[in-house]
Design a protein around this ligand. Structure first.
Ligand code: 2BA
Length: 109
């Protein structure tokens, strides 16, 4: 058994959740925050059999798309602060970051 720990943009979370539930997958949705942008994103936990991994990754691929985000890095502290000129930087976020984790045991009680 595998656990797909899947980090997606908030805009993609609901369509992905619905697509997975539609296909009878069980999903848990968690609110999360990306360390780099410090913006909200969504983490989905999907527990599946080994042979379902490719199908679920296919659904994630179809549902989640990359988007450009523009950020302005924070001003440095100390000596460099006065010469700091805010300069927006564009990064591409998503479609999804997926960790495929081996599950030793799954028990529902
Ligand atoms: P964030 O950490 O907020 O990162 C958002 C986007 O910023 C990343 O998109 C990437 O394009 C860029 N980025 C992140 N760290 C960077 C760095 N050190 N230098 C330059 N650019 C950087 P994605 O790669 O699509 O990641 C989207 C979100 O997925 C991340 O949000 C984070 O919450 C999660 N994530 C991605 N890779 C991860 C990993 N190896 N471990 C844990 N979480 C991860």
């Amino acid at each position: 058994m595998k656990l797909l720990l899947t980090i997606v943009q908030d805009q993609d979370a609901l369509p992905l959740l619905e697509a997975l539930v539609q296909e009878d997958y069980r999903v848990t949705k968690l609110a999360s925050t990306g360390g780099f942008l410090q913006a909200g994103n969504t983490t989905l936990l999907v527990g599946i059999e080994d042979e379902q991994v490719e199908d679920v990754i296919g659904i994630i691929r179809e549902t989640c798309r990359p988007r450009g985000k523009t950020i302005t890095p924070l001003a440095p502290q100390g000596a460099m602060a006065e010469s700091y000129i805010p300069f927006p930087v564009k990064v591409s976020v998503g479609g999804a970051a997926v960790f495929v984790i081996d599950v030793e045991q799954f028990v529902r009680v």
